[in-house]
Write a protein that binds this ligand. Structure first.
Ligand SMILES: [Zn+2]
Length: 457
Protein backbone atom coordinates (compact mmCIF):
# COMPACT_ATOMS: atom_id res chain seq x y z
CA UNK A 1 0.00 0.00 0.00
CA UNK A 2 2.80 2.37 1.00
CA UNK A 3 4.53 1.63 -2.28
CA UNK A 4 1.39 2.38 -4.24
CA UNK A 5 0.96 5.74 -2.49
CA UNK A 6 4.61 6.62 -3.18
CA UNK A 7 4.17 5.70 -6.85
CA UNK A 8 1.02 7.80 -7.07
CA UNK A 9 2.81 10.74 -5.44
CA UNK A 10 5.66 10.44 -7.94
CA UNK A 11 3.23 10.35 -10.84
CA UNK A 12 1.46 13.41 -9.43
CA UNK A 13 4.78 15.27 -9.07
CA UNK A 14 5.76 14.36 -12.61
CA UNK A 15 2.47 15.51 -14.07
CA UNK A 16 2.80 18.81 -12.21
CA UNK A 17 6.08 19.57 -13.99
CA UNK A 18 5.44 21.55 -17.13
CA UNK A 19 6.82 19.82 -20.20
CA UNK A 20 8.84 22.19 -22.39
CA UNK A 21 11.01 21.78 -25.48
CA UNK A 22 14.43 22.09 -23.85
CA UNK A 23 15.73 22.18 -20.28
CA UNK A 24 19.37 23.11 -19.63
CA UNK A 25 20.41 22.27 -16.08
CA UNK A 26 23.21 22.28 -13.51
CA UNK A 27 25.21 25.08 -15.21
CA UNK A 28 26.62 28.42 -14.10
CA UNK A 29 24.10 30.77 -15.71
CA UNK A 30 25.29 34.22 -16.80
CA UNK A 31 21.99 35.94 -17.48
CA UNK A 32 23.81 39.25 -18.28
CA UNK A 33 20.81 40.92 -16.65
CA UNK A 34 21.88 40.45 -13.02
CA UNK A 35 24.11 38.30 -10.84
CA UNK A 36 25.30 34.94 -12.14
CA UNK A 37 23.39 31.88 -10.94
CA UNK A 38 25.39 28.88 -9.72
CA UNK A 39 23.93 25.44 -10.41
CA UNK A 40 21.03 26.91 -12.36
CA UNK A 41 19.23 26.24 -15.57
CA UNK A 42 17.14 27.59 -18.39
CA UNK A 43 13.79 26.25 -19.63
CA UNK A 44 12.91 26.89 -23.29
CA UNK A 45 9.61 26.43 -25.05
CA UNK A 46 8.48 27.40 -28.54
CA UNK A 47 11.66 29.39 -29.11
CA UNK A 48 11.31 31.44 -25.94
CA UNK A 49 12.91 31.40 -22.51
CA UNK A 50 10.21 30.41 -20.00
CA UNK A 51 12.33 30.07 -16.83
CA UNK A 52 15.84 30.97 -15.70
CA UNK A 53 17.65 29.83 -12.56
CA UNK A 54 15.29 27.50 -10.73
CA UNK A 55 13.86 25.19 -13.37
CA UNK A 56 12.68 22.45 -11.00
CA UNK A 57 9.10 22.82 -12.24
CA UNK A 58 10.04 21.92 -15.82
CA UNK A 59 10.71 18.73 -17.68
CA UNK A 60 12.35 18.98 -21.08
CA UNK A 61 11.58 16.93 -24.16
CA UNK A 62 15.33 17.46 -24.57
CA UNK A 63 17.50 17.79 -21.47
CA UNK A 64 21.02 19.23 -21.59
CA UNK A 65 23.30 18.66 -18.61
CA UNK A 66 25.57 21.72 -18.28
CA UNK A 67 27.34 20.72 -15.08
CA UNK A 68 30.70 22.48 -14.90
CA UNK A 69 29.81 24.63 -17.93
CA UNK A 70 28.79 28.25 -18.41
CA UNK A 71 25.37 29.02 -19.90
CA UNK A 72 25.07 32.49 -21.42
CA UNK A 73 23.39 34.50 -24.19
CA UNK A 74 24.65 33.77 -27.71
CA UNK A 75 27.22 36.26 -29.00
CA UNK A 76 26.15 39.19 -31.18
CA UNK A 77 28.69 40.06 -33.89
CA UNK A 78 27.91 43.70 -34.79
CA UNK A 79 30.08 43.99 -37.91
CA UNK A 80 31.35 41.50 -40.44
CA UNK A 81 31.36 40.45 -44.10
CA UNK A 82 30.76 36.72 -43.72
CA UNK A 83 31.04 35.44 -47.33
CA UNK A 84 34.60 36.81 -47.37
CA UNK A 85 35.59 33.63 -45.53
CA UNK A 86 36.29 32.34 -49.05
CA UNK A 87 39.05 35.01 -49.31
CA UNK A 88 40.51 34.13 -45.88
CA UNK A 89 44.25 34.71 -45.98
CA UNK A 90 44.28 35.94 -49.59
CA UNK A 91 46.33 39.11 -48.94
CA UNK A 92 47.36 39.76 -45.37
CA UNK A 93 49.82 42.16 -43.81
CA UNK A 94 48.97 45.11 -46.07
CA UNK A 95 47.59 48.63 -45.65
CA UNK A 96 43.79 48.98 -45.84
CA UNK A 97 43.70 51.06 -49.05
CA UNK A 98 46.34 48.85 -50.78
CA UNK A 99 44.49 45.72 -49.61
CA UNK A 100 41.11 47.02 -50.82
CA UNK A 101 42.19 48.54 -54.14
CA UNK A 102 44.75 45.97 -55.30
CA UNK A 103 43.50 42.69 -53.86
CA UNK A 104 39.99 42.57 -52.41
CA UNK A 105 38.08 44.69 -54.94
CA UNK A 106 39.69 42.94 -57.98
CA UNK A 107 39.20 39.50 -56.40
CA UNK A 108 35.57 40.34 -55.70
CA UNK A 109 34.98 41.69 -59.22
CA UNK A 110 36.27 38.44 -60.74
CA UNK A 111 34.81 35.88 -58.36
CA UNK A 112 31.84 37.04 -56.32
CA UNK A 113 28.56 35.53 -57.55
CA UNK A 114 25.34 34.32 -56.00
CA UNK A 115 26.92 30.87 -55.68
CA UNK A 116 30.08 32.31 -54.06
CA UNK A 117 27.97 34.15 -51.47
CA UNK A 118 25.85 31.08 -50.79
CA UNK A 119 28.86 28.87 -50.06
CA UNK A 120 30.75 31.59 -48.22
CA UNK A 121 27.79 32.14 -45.95
CA UNK A 122 27.41 28.40 -45.41
CA UNK A 123 31.05 28.05 -44.32
CA UNK A 124 30.85 31.23 -42.25
CA UNK A 125 27.62 30.10 -40.59
CA UNK A 126 29.36 26.89 -39.55
CA UNK A 127 32.24 28.88 -38.06
CA UNK A 128 29.88 31.22 -36.20
CA UNK A 129 27.80 28.38 -34.78
CA UNK A 130 30.96 26.55 -33.73
CA UNK A 131 32.19 29.63 -31.84
CA UNK A 132 28.91 30.65 -30.21
CA UNK A 133 27.64 33.49 -32.39
CA UNK A 134 23.85 33.46 -32.75
CA UNK A 135 23.33 36.95 -34.24
CA UNK A 136 25.56 38.62 -36.79
CA UNK A 137 25.56 41.84 -38.79
CA UNK A 138 26.59 41.42 -42.41
CA UNK A 139 27.59 43.84 -45.18
CA UNK A 140 28.12 42.23 -48.55
CA UNK A 141 26.74 41.58 -52.03
CA UNK A 142 23.96 39.16 -53.04
CA UNK A 143 22.57 39.63 -49.51
CA UNK A 144 19.38 37.86 -50.55
CA UNK A 145 21.35 34.63 -51.06
CA UNK A 146 23.27 35.32 -47.85
CA UNK A 147 20.01 35.77 -45.91
CA UNK A 148 18.57 32.55 -47.34
CA UNK A 149 21.68 30.64 -46.20
CA UNK A 150 21.75 32.27 -42.75
CA UNK A 151 18.13 31.35 -42.19
CA UNK A 152 18.75 27.80 -43.35
CA UNK A 153 21.60 27.51 -40.83
CA UNK A 154 19.25 28.81 -38.09
CA UNK A 155 21.10 32.05 -37.34
CA UNK A 156 19.75 35.52 -36.65
CA UNK A 157 21.09 38.21 -38.99
CA UNK A 158 20.96 41.93 -39.61
CA UNK A 159 21.93 41.85 -43.25
CA UNK A 160 22.88 44.86 -45.33
CA UNK A 161 23.22 44.95 -49.11
CA UNK A 162 26.27 47.05 -49.97
CA UNK A 163 25.92 50.42 -51.69
CA UNK A 164 29.15 51.72 -53.22
CA UNK A 165 30.04 54.19 -55.97
CA UNK A 166 31.44 51.75 -58.51
CA UNK A 167 30.08 48.68 -60.31
CA UNK A 168 30.14 45.56 -58.12
CA UNK A 169 29.40 41.88 -58.56
CA UNK A 170 25.64 42.05 -58.25
CA UNK A 171 24.75 45.64 -59.17
CA UNK A 172 26.44 47.62 -61.93
CA UNK A 173 24.87 51.01 -61.18
CA UNK A 174 23.59 52.95 -58.18
CA UNK A 175 20.01 52.65 -59.48
CA UNK A 176 20.40 48.86 -59.81
CA UNK A 177 21.60 48.69 -56.20
CA UNK A 178 18.69 50.80 -54.95
CA UNK A 179 16.22 48.63 -56.88
CA UNK A 180 17.87 45.52 -55.40
CA UNK A 181 17.56 46.94 -51.89
CA UNK A 182 13.89 47.75 -52.37
CA UNK A 183 13.19 44.14 -53.44
CA UNK A 184 15.44 42.73 -50.72
CA UNK A 185 13.87 44.76 -47.90
CA UNK A 186 10.34 44.02 -49.08
CA UNK A 187 11.08 40.29 -49.19
CA UNK A 188 12.67 39.98 -45.73
CA UNK A 189 11.11 42.70 -43.60
CA UNK A 190 9.05 41.10 -40.82
CA UNK A 191 11.01 37.84 -40.93
CA UNK A 192 11.58 36.65 -37.34
CA UNK A 193 15.29 35.88 -37.96
CA UNK A 194 16.47 38.26 -40.70
CA UNK A 195 16.46 42.07 -40.53
CA UNK A 196 17.20 43.52 -43.99
CA UNK A 197 19.40 46.62 -43.96
CA UNK A 198 21.15 49.19 -46.18
CA UNK A 199 24.94 49.13 -46.17
CA UNK A 200 26.55 52.21 -47.77
CA UNK A 201 30.25 51.27 -47.62
CA UNK A 202 31.73 54.42 -46.07
CA UNK A 203 31.86 58.21 -46.33
CA UNK A 204 34.87 57.84 -48.65
CA UNK A 205 33.42 55.35 -51.16
CA UNK A 206 29.88 56.74 -51.31
CA UNK A 207 29.25 60.29 -52.56
CA UNK A 208 27.44 63.01 -50.64
CA UNK A 209 24.46 62.73 -52.98
CA UNK A 210 24.28 58.97 -52.51
CA UNK A 211 24.62 59.20 -48.73
CA UNK A 212 21.65 61.59 -48.72
CA UNK A 213 19.71 59.18 -50.95
CA UNK A 214 20.57 56.29 -48.61
CA UNK A 215 19.27 58.22 -45.59
CA UNK A 216 16.00 58.99 -47.40
CA UNK A 217 15.62 55.36 -48.50
CA UNK A 218 16.23 54.06 -44.96
CA UNK A 219 13.56 56.43 -43.64
CA UNK A 220 11.13 55.33 -46.31
CA UNK A 221 11.77 51.60 -45.85
CA UNK A 222 12.24 51.69 -42.04
CA UNK A 223 15.43 49.68 -42.43
CA UNK A 224 18.68 50.16 -40.48
CA UNK A 225 21.92 51.51 -41.97
CA UNK A 226 25.30 49.78 -41.61
CA UNK A 227 28.40 51.84 -42.51
CA UNK A 228 32.15 52.03 -41.88
CA UNK A 229 33.04 55.30 -40.12
CA UNK A 230 36.37 56.77 -39.03
CA UNK A 231 38.44 53.64 -39.51
CA UNK A 232 41.85 54.88 -40.66
CA UNK A 233 43.83 58.10 -40.83
CA UNK A 234 43.78 57.83 -44.64
CA UNK A 235 39.96 58.09 -44.46
CA UNK A 236 40.21 61.15 -42.20
CA UNK A 237 42.56 62.83 -44.68
CA UNK A 238 40.35 62.05 -47.67
CA UNK A 239 37.12 63.21 -46.01
CA UNK A 240 38.80 66.39 -44.71
CA UNK A 241 40.14 67.23 -48.18
CA UNK A 242 36.80 66.68 -49.89
CA UNK A 243 34.46 68.08 -47.26
CA UNK A 244 35.58 71.36 -45.67
CA UNK A 245 38.08 69.87 -43.25
CA UNK A 246 35.38 67.85 -41.51
CA UNK A 247 35.94 64.56 -39.67
CA UNK A 248 33.92 61.58 -41.06
CA UNK A 249 31.41 61.56 -38.18
CA UNK A 250 30.79 65.32 -38.31
CA UNK A 251 30.50 65.16 -42.09
CA UNK A 252 27.79 62.48 -41.79
CA UNK A 253 26.07 64.55 -39.09
CA UNK A 254 26.13 67.61 -41.37
CA UNK A 255 24.12 65.56 -43.90
CA UNK A 256 21.50 64.61 -41.30
CA UNK A 257 22.65 61.02 -41.79
CA UNK A 258 23.10 59.93 -38.17
CA UNK A 259 20.38 58.36 -36.05
CA UNK A 260 19.49 55.47 -33.74
CA UNK A 261 19.15 53.22 -36.80
CA UNK A 262 22.82 53.65 -37.80
CA UNK A 263 25.47 51.06 -36.89
CA UNK A 264 28.87 52.67 -37.36
CA UNK A 265 31.71 50.19 -37.66
CA UNK A 266 35.12 51.02 -36.15
CA UNK A 267 34.97 54.64 -34.91
CA UNK A 268 38.72 54.37 -34.30
CA UNK A 269 39.42 58.09 -34.69
CA UNK A 270 36.21 59.57 -33.24
CA UNK A 271 36.88 62.94 -31.63
CA UNK A 272 35.33 64.00 -28.29
CA UNK A 273 32.90 66.14 -30.33
CA UNK A 274 31.90 63.16 -32.50
CA UNK A 275 31.49 60.99 -29.39
CA UNK A 276 29.07 63.57 -27.96
CA UNK A 277 27.12 63.68 -31.24
CA UNK A 278 27.00 59.87 -31.57
CA UNK A 279 25.71 59.61 -27.98
CA UNK A 280 23.06 62.31 -28.54
CA UNK A 281 21.92 60.75 -31.84
CA UNK A 282 22.02 57.22 -30.35
CA UNK A 283 24.33 55.91 -33.09
CA UNK A 284 25.53 52.39 -32.25
CA UNK A 285 29.21 51.56 -32.68
CA UNK A 286 30.69 48.20 -33.69
CA UNK A 287 34.16 47.95 -32.18
CA UNK A 288 36.41 45.63 -34.22
CA UNK A 289 39.68 45.38 -32.25
CA UNK A 290 41.37 42.60 -34.25
CA UNK A 291 40.70 44.30 -37.59
CA UNK A 292 42.05 47.56 -36.13
CA UNK A 293 45.16 45.69 -34.95
CA UNK A 294 45.64 43.73 -38.18
CA UNK A 295 45.40 46.81 -40.42
CA UNK A 296 47.14 49.06 -37.87
CA UNK A 297 44.09 51.34 -38.06
CA UNK A 298 44.49 52.48 -34.46
CA UNK A 299 42.87 52.01 -31.05
CA UNK A 300 39.22 53.07 -30.75
CA UNK A 301 38.30 55.22 -27.73
CA UNK A 302 35.94 52.54 -26.39
CA UNK A 303 36.18 53.54 -22.73
CA UNK A 304 35.32 57.15 -23.67
CA UNK A 305 32.42 56.02 -25.86
CA UNK A 306 30.98 53.85 -23.09
CA UNK A 307 31.38 56.66 -20.56
CA UNK A 308 29.48 58.99 -22.93
CA UNK A 309 26.62 56.49 -23.05
CA UNK A 310 27.13 55.18 -26.59
CA UNK A 311 25.96 51.60 -27.21
CA UNK A 312 29.12 49.77 -28.23
CA UNK A 313 29.12 46.20 -29.49
CA UNK A 314 31.91 43.96 -30.72
CA UNK A 315 32.51 42.92 -34.32
CA UNK A 316 35.02 40.66 -36.01
CA UNK A 317 34.99 42.56 -39.31
CA UNK A 318 35.63 40.52 -42.45
CA UNK A 319 37.55 37.26 -42.20
CA UNK A 320 39.92 38.15 -45.07
CA UNK A 321 42.94 40.32 -44.35
CA UNK A 322 41.37 42.00 -41.36
CA UNK A 323 41.07 39.31 -38.70
CA UNK A 324 40.99 36.38 -40.10
CA UNK A 325 38.22 34.58 -38.27
CA UNK A 326 34.69 35.07 -36.92
CA UNK A 327 35.55 34.05 -33.34
CA UNK A 328 33.81 36.39 -30.89
CA UNK A 329 35.49 34.83 -27.83
CA UNK A 330 38.91 35.77 -29.18
CA UNK A 331 37.52 39.19 -30.16
CA UNK A 332 36.36 39.88 -26.59
CA UNK A 333 39.84 39.18 -25.23
CA UNK A 334 41.35 41.46 -27.89
CA UNK A 335 38.86 44.23 -27.05
CA UNK A 336 39.79 44.10 -23.37
CA UNK A 337 43.54 43.94 -23.99
CA UNK A 338 43.64 46.65 -26.67
CA UNK A 339 41.76 49.11 -24.47
CA UNK A 340 44.10 48.43 -21.55
CA UNK A 341 47.05 49.33 -23.79
CA UNK A 342 45.33 52.38 -25.24
CA UNK A 343 44.55 53.75 -21.79
CA UNK A 344 47.72 52.29 -20.22
CA UNK A 345 45.31 51.10 -17.54
CA UNK A 346 44.49 47.43 -16.87
CA UNK A 347 41.10 48.44 -15.44
CA UNK A 348 40.03 50.23 -18.67
CA UNK A 349 37.81 47.39 -19.93
CA UNK A 350 37.03 44.32 -17.81
CA UNK A 351 36.09 40.76 -18.78
CA UNK A 352 32.55 41.37 -17.50
CA UNK A 353 32.24 44.54 -19.58
CA UNK A 354 33.40 42.95 -22.85
CA UNK A 355 31.05 40.03 -22.21
CA UNK A 356 28.23 42.58 -21.89
CA UNK A 357 29.37 44.28 -25.12
CA UNK A 358 29.39 40.93 -26.94
CA UNK A 359 25.83 40.07 -25.80
CA UNK A 360 23.33 42.69 -24.58
CA UNK A 361 25.52 45.59 -25.75
CA UNK A 362 25.51 44.26 -29.30
CA UNK A 363 21.76 43.62 -29.09
CA UNK A 364 21.27 47.31 -28.14
CA UNK A 365 23.46 48.43 -31.07
CA UNK A 366 21.17 46.48 -33.41
CA UNK A 367 17.92 47.55 -31.70
CA UNK A 368 17.20 43.90 -30.83
CA UNK A 369 17.58 44.18 -27.03
CA UNK A 370 13.88 43.56 -26.44
CA UNK A 371 14.29 40.12 -28.08
CA UNK A 372 17.83 38.91 -27.35
CA UNK A 373 21.08 39.68 -25.49
CA UNK A 374 20.17 38.44 -22.00
CA UNK A 375 18.73 35.27 -20.51
CA UNK A 376 15.39 36.54 -19.21
CA UNK A 377 11.90 35.09 -19.28
CA UNK A 378 10.10 36.16 -22.46
CA UNK A 379 13.21 36.67 -24.59
CA UNK A 380 14.05 34.50 -27.58
CA UNK A 381 16.20 31.53 -26.62
CA UNK A 382 19.60 32.42 -28.12
CA UNK A 383 21.94 30.54 -25.78
CA UNK A 384 25.46 29.11 -25.80
CA UNK A 385 27.09 26.65 -23.46
CA UNK A 386 30.83 26.97 -22.89
CA UNK A 387 32.85 24.01 -21.67
CA UNK A 388 34.91 25.19 -18.71
CA UNK A 389 36.15 21.70 -17.88
CA UNK A 390 39.08 21.86 -20.30
CA UNK A 391 42.70 22.00 -19.16
CA UNK A 392 42.96 25.58 -20.43
CA UNK A 393 39.93 26.78 -18.44
CA UNK A 394 40.60 25.10 -15.10
CA UNK A 395 40.41 25.95 -12.30
CA UNK A 396 37.65 28.58 -12.37
CA UNK A 397 37.78 31.46 -9.90
CA UNK A 398 35.76 34.04 -11.83
CA UNK A 399 33.64 32.67 -14.66
CA UNK A 400 33.81 35.85 -16.81
CA UNK A 401 37.59 35.79 -16.65
CA UNK A 402 37.67 32.10 -17.61
CA UNK A 403 35.45 32.72 -20.65
CA UNK A 404 37.16 35.88 -21.94
CA UNK A 405 40.82 35.29 -21.16
CA UNK A 406 41.18 31.49 -21.03
CA UNK A 407 38.52 29.93 -23.27
CA UNK A 408 38.30 30.24 -27.05
CA UNK A 409 35.55 29.88 -29.64
CA UNK A 410 36.18 26.14 -29.76
CA UNK A 411 35.27 25.94 -26.06
CA UNK A 412 31.64 26.50 -27.09
CA UNK A 413 30.02 23.07 -27.05
CA UNK A 414 26.34 23.82 -27.62
CA UNK A 415 24.69 26.63 -29.59
CA UNK A 416 20.96 27.34 -29.54
CA UNK A 417 19.27 30.06 -31.59
CA UNK A 418 15.58 30.93 -31.34
CA UNK A 419 15.06 27.77 -29.32
CA UNK A 420 16.57 25.54 -32.00
CA UNK A 421 19.71 23.53 -31.25
CA UNK A 422 22.24 24.31 -34.01
CA UNK A 423 25.16 22.45 -32.43
CA UNK A 424 25.10 20.00 -29.53
CA UNK A 425 28.26 18.68 -27.88
CA UNK A 426 30.18 20.02 -30.94
CA UNK A 427 27.96 18.05 -33.33
CA UNK A 428 26.70 20.36 -36.08
CA UNK A 429 23.01 19.90 -36.78
CA UNK A 430 22.07 22.46 -39.45
CA UNK A 431 25.15 22.88 -41.67
CA UNK A 432 26.94 20.22 -43.74
CA UNK A 433 30.44 21.36 -42.78
CA UNK A 434 32.48 18.90 -44.93
CA UNK A 435 30.53 20.01 -48.03
CA UNK A 436 31.15 23.70 -47.23
CA UNK A 437 34.87 23.05 -46.72
CA UNK A 438 35.13 21.09 -49.99
CA UNK A 439 33.49 23.97 -51.85
CA UNK A 440 35.79 26.50 -50.12
CA UNK A 441 38.81 24.62 -51.47
CA UNK A 442 37.37 24.74 -54.99
CA UNK A 443 36.84 28.48 -54.66
CA UNK A 444 40.38 29.01 -53.38
CA UNK A 445 41.74 27.44 -56.59
CA UNK A 446 39.43 29.56 -58.74
CA UNK A 447 40.30 32.81 -56.91
CA UNK A 448 44.02 32.10 -57.07
CA UNK A 449 43.83 31.53 -60.82
CA UNK A 450 41.79 34.70 -61.35
CA UNK A 451 44.44 36.84 -59.67
CA UNK A 452 47.39 35.53 -61.66
CA UNK A 453 49.22 38.18 -63.64
CA UNK A 454 48.90 37.76 -67.37
CA UNK A 455 51.61 39.57 -69.39
CA UNK A 456 50.07 42.19 -71.62
CA UNK A 457 46.77 42.22 -69.72
ZN1 LIG B 1 34.14 46.06 -42.42
Amino acid sequence: MKRLILALLLVAAATQAAVVDIVIKYGTVLTMAGPNIADGGVAIDKGKIVAVGDISGYTGKTTIDAKGDAVLPGFVNTHTHVPMVLFRGIADDRELMDWLQHYIFPAEAKNVSADFVKWGMRLGAAEMIQSGTTTFTDMYYFEDEAATEAKRAGLRGVMGETLIDFPVADNKTWDDAVAYIRRFVKKWQGDPMITPALAPHSPYLVSREHLLATRALANELHAPILIHVSETRAELKQVAEQHDNMTPGMYLDSLGFLGHDVVAAHGVWLTPEEIRVFAAKKVGVAHCPESNEMLASGMAPVADMLRAGINVGIGTDGPAGSNNNLDMVEEMASAARLQKIKMMDPTALSARKVLEMATIGGARVLGLDDKIGTLEVGKRADIVIINLQQAKTQPVYAVESSIVYAASGSSVITTICDGKILMRDRKMLTVDVPAAIAKAKQYRDQVEKSLQYHPGS
